[in-house]
Design a protein around this ligand. Structure first.
Ligand code: XMP
Length: 513
């Protein structure tokens, strides 16, 4: 088993990025709530611990905290932002409210003789985001970095293996942050370079096999990247004990149901038990007249689970349900520590409280999308599947603003197929994270063939993003947009207007609902 760095979560926004940067340094990393830190240290015997940022003030009585024994276990600890303040507070330093908030890219002056700053420039740009500051570090600590407004931007008690930084080395705005984290895990914690994506695949397949034993497993397969990778991983672990259920909820892209069946169904490259459930009418019935986005999501999420439960009962004695949930789904559903709910992603927040399985297995829960794709390549999944653009679990329901009807589904399917075809034909899809059409519930007046029309407006969207947590609207060539527009209004009945969405995330989200 690879050496582990334990990331102790205090509710910061960037916690998973910390784990990810550590993994990028070829060291395995896991996140654990601060409430379970001691248990996790005892169980996992980590080579090092990182305390994350968080929204609280370390000196207030109700703030998340940790006993000082954590710093006395002989395991090196790096505190970041709130974690740095907490470490100082718990060990007898002084943390106070800063007169002025320090926020954004900031020049930091570092002592390069620190193990943490080996190879870092003496003056380097770091990302700061804090209201409190360390007025005086704890006894035994020496200050190793400062900024114009922050006397303790980093400090350490090297003899005890305790390090802290007020800034965020995990975000890309901190220009040499990845190097600092690599220094911590390799120079301070003494970790080797023994973790790679293929070891993640191997370790996870082995862990799945051990966990599942001779139990039966049901996999929720959507044909998207995440559930496909999860399914192939499970097939590798337990072979025919796995049954993949593909629910066609009538909210898929044009021809998608048949495409998924041709890849995962009988005669395809994988030796899976595959069941396709055609549940279009059932979903349309449940969604009839429902306009509120969160209600739509919950209905679809719940109905999905019900369909799976029914299939499971037919198979009999199914112990485990596998889902392709990935990390951004978890964060945005408000389950990644103390972050706010943005949307209830189906697979996570939409899950009913009572589920008729022994356990839900989510092997990709800690990974970002590009890490999932990498795992897919390691598993030998064909590139056209691995690099497919993401498609949300609730499908076109979140791309149809307001109530869903079969007619509206047809409109958005056709418009979306045309748009994607034109973007791809022009080669404009390279570098895009997602590009799709949505149906607004706006109708407006137009004129076609000398006649007045009163029809729907389709919205086209294209975004560039690395991790889907933030995204920028892409400036697609005008000719591509013009060609897609002309084809959509000519070929898709009941559309007389096409709009282009120029909004990034934030303030918008990628999907419309
Ligand atoms: P948003 O709209 O939240 O989307 O900015 C971020 C990424 O997540 C996808 N998405 C979902 N994926 N179930 C999923 O599996 C969902 O409920 C869901 N909602 C959004 C979205 O397509 C984008 O890639």
């Amino acid at each position: 088993m690879a050496q582990t760095i334990l990331v102790v979560d205090f509710g910061g926004q960037y916690n998973q990025l910390i784990a990810r940067r550590v993994r990028e340094s070829c060291v395995y990393s896991e996140i654990v709530s601060y409430k379970k830190a001691f248990e996790a240290v005892r169980e996992k015997k980590p080579a090092g611990i990182i305390l994350t940022g968080g929204p609280n003030s370390a000196y207030l009585p109700d703030s998340p905290t940790i006993g000082r024994e954590l710093f006395e276990m002989g395991v090196p600890v790096l505190g970041i932002c709130y974690g740095a303040q907490l470490m100082s507070h718990v060990l007898g330093g002084k943390v106070s409210r800063a007169a002025e908030r320090e926020y954004g890219k900031t020049e930091v002056f570092v002592n390069t003789s620190s193990k943490l700053f080996q190879g870092v420039s003496e003056s380097t740009i770091c990302w700061m985001s804090h209201n409190d500051y360390i007025e005086a570090p704890a006894p035994g600590f020496v200050v190793t970095a400062h900024t114009a407004g922050c006397p303790v931007a980093a400090a350490e008690d090297a003899a005890r293996g305790l390090y802290l930084v007020q800034f965020h080395p995990e975000v890309l705005h901190t220009q040499q942050g990845a190097l600092m984290l690599a220094n911590f895990v390799h120079n301070v914690c003494g970790c080797g370079f023994d973790w790679k994506m293929d070891s993640f695949v191997e370790d996870t397949v082995a862990a799945l096999r051990a966990k599942i034993g001779d139990g039966k497993v049901l996999c929720a397969l959507s044909g998207g990247v995440d559930s496909s990778v999860a399914a192939v991983m499970l097939a590798k672990a337990v072979g025919k004990q796995l049954t993949c259920v593909f629910v066609d909820h009538g909210l898929l892209r044009q021809d998608e149901g048949d495409q998924v069946e041709s890849v995962f169904g009988p005669g395809g490259p994988y030796d899976l038990n595959f069941i396709r459930v055609n549940a279009q009418q059932r979903f349309y019935g449940k969604l009839a007249g429902v306009e509120e986005p969160e209600r739509k999501r919950k209905i679809i999420g719940e109905e999905f689970i019900r369909v799976f439960e029914e299939e499971a009962r037919k198979i009999g004695a199914v112990d485990f349900l596998v889902q392709g949930t990935i990390y951004p789904d978890v964060v945005e559903s408000g389950l990644g520590g103390e972050s706010a709910v943005i949307k209830s992603h189906h697979n996570v927040g939409g899950l009913p409280a009572c589920v008729d399985f022994k356990e839900i297995v989510e092997p990709l829960r800690d990974l970002f999308k590009d890490e999932v794709r990498q795992a897919g390549r390691e598993l030998g999944i064909p590139e056209y599947l691995v690099s497919r653009q993401p498609f949300p679990g609730p499908g076109l329901a979140v791309r149809i603003i307001g109530a869903v009807t079969p007619e509206k589904v047809k409109i958005v399917q056709q418009a979306d197929a045309i748009y994607r075809e034109e973007v791809e034909a022009a080669g404009a899809h390279k570098g895009l994270g997602q590009y799709f059409a949505a149906l607004t519930n706006m109708r407006s007046v137009g004129v076609m063939g000398d006649e007045r029309t009163y029809d729907y407006a389709v919205a086209l969207r294209a975004v560039a993003t690395a991790d889907f947590m933030t995204a920028e609207a892409a400036a697609l060539p005008w000719e591509v947009l013009a060609r897609a527009t002309s084809r959509i209004v000519n070929e898709v009945p009941h559309v007389n207007r096409v709009l282009y969405d120029c909004t990034g995330k934030p303030p918008a989200t990628v999907e419309f609902e």
